[in-house]
Design a protein around this ligand. Structure first.
Ligand code: 17E
Ligand code: FE2
Length: 413
């Protein structure tokens, strides 16, 4: 396959990209097509590495309203409602909903997904189902699973045993929820436990960390210290960290030294955390997002996730990273021209970094041919106009092809 005349990641000069045996084999100003080779004319189009959703909950997806809608919009009501829905899970139910969600993600150019899976369930039904899904989709989508203790590790019966069982069933990462544990002491113990488990079982770490508007919620410092002292470093991700939006600046300044030293990744979920955040405020009302701009400026890896697609925490969502990105740029005040132009990194490369897949991700000769072609010549325009994903190509195969919509506009300006 030969992609002709394409703008790679906003470059003004166009290039040709040759794909063979599922890999990018040559990227150069002009490449001749060989006989019978499929040629995609990508004049005035944008080539990006595929979208990455490094944080979503595929076990709960498509359950919004069942058994009830979340009327208060708090994280805690979401957990309560999910805990009811969890009792009725079956393998088929989870697989059907998860695949439906993945299909919408794929349609929107996503090829890499990390899903948290609630393991505070003595039967581990959702995890068993999603392990099957991970295998069944693996030729088209790279899916990672996180053992996520939604109702706590120390604060849920047999929490530690369930986490260990989940690790042995074959998750990719170990999760946690320290801000939901009964006490600060449990929070710290849960982090010690989960990092040790990850080390023993050779897993990554991705913790729901300080997802609360409580400036006293400081589990992040413990997680970052563990990442530093164990040497796990960039194998560790802190998701949400919304309490950082409420920390005072003196403490945050001190904290950032540790964050930089630790090399951990951050994932913010702008759609969901603006929904869940600030719910106990009158006015002024907090925005609910972590300090994305400051983390970026400090050279720390930050990515955006979707978090939810129609579930008890968020009634909307359609598998489109551009929605998360659009919201995140607004809430994070990332509105300079270059911020917007380069913002695709927050939903591509940075997410790949957090997922620890950078060794086989990116538009480079020799790497697997995973990419998307957007119907615009740069990302500023593509984001504003929500340009179509003309092609999503995975391991050199066309995964999605979109025919652009045709509009007849009779405006006579
Ligand atoms: N569970 C949780 O603890 N936090 C979230 N944002 C979601 C599920 C979606
Ligand atoms: Fe989450």
């Amino acid at each position: 396959m030969l992609i002709k005349n394409v703008h790679i990641q906003n470059e003004s000069e166009t290039k040709d990209v040759k794909i063979e045996d599922g890999k990018f084999v040559k990227i150069a100003p002009t490449i001749e097509a060989s006989e019978n080779e499929q040629v995609i004319d990508a004049t005035d189009k944008l080539l990006l590495p595929p979208f990455v959703d490094p944080h979503v909950h595929l076990d709960a997806t498509m359950t919004a309203g069942d058994p009830e809608w979340n009327q208060t919009g708090t994280l805690f009501d979401g957990i309560r409602i999910w805990s009811e829905r969890k009792k009725t899970l079956t393998i088929d139910d989870v697989k059907t909903r998860a695949k439906q969600a993945i299909k919408t993600q794929v349609a929107n150019g996503i090829q890499f997904v990390r899903s948290h899976v609630d393991v505070t369930d003595p039967n581990l039904t959702a995890l068993k189902a999603l392990i099957e899904v991970r295998e069944e989709v693996k030729d088209q989508v790279e899916l990672q699973l996180v053992a996520f203790p939604q109702e706590g590790i120390l604060s849920f019966p047999n929490g530690k045993e369930l986490m260990t069982e989940a690790a042995d069933l074959g998750v990719d990462a170990i999760g946690g929820i320290p801000h939901f544990e009964f006490t600060r002491e449990y929070a710290v113990e849960s982090l010690n436990f989960l990092v040790k488990l990850a080390q023993q079982k050779n897993k990554l770490v991705d913790v729901h960390c300080d997802e609360i508007d409580d400036p006293q919620s400081r589990s992040l410092e413990t997680l970052a210290t563990l990442a530093l002292e164990t040497g796990m470093g960039d194998k560790v991700t802190a998701s949400h960290t919304t309490a950082m939006g409420s920390y005072n600046d003196a403490y945050t300044y001190k904290l950032f030294r540790l964050l930089k030293m630790s090399h951990i990744n951050f994932i913010a979920n702008p759609l969901v955390n603006t929904n869940l955040g600030g719910r106990f405020d009158t006015y002024p009302k907090r925005r609910g997002m972590t300090r994305v701009k400051e983390l970026k400026e400090a050279g720390i890896n930050v990515a955006f996730g979707e978090d939810d697609i129609k579930d008890p925490w968020y009634p909307m969502g359609n598998g489109n990273m551009l929605d998360a990105l659009h919201m995140g740029l607004h809430v994070g005040h990332l509105m300079g021209y270059d911020d917007i132009m380069n913002s695709y990194q927050l939903v591509t490369t940075n997410g790949a970094g957090a997922m620890h897949v950078s060794d086989h991700y990116g538009i480079e000769e020799g790497k697997p041919a995973n990419c998307i072609i957007m119907n615009n010549d740069n990302f500023y325009n593509a984001l504003n106009e929500r340009s179509e994903i003309l092609y999503s190509i995975h391991n050199g195969e066309v995964l999605v092809e979109t025919t652009p919509k045709k509009v007849t506009n009779n405006f006579k300006g």
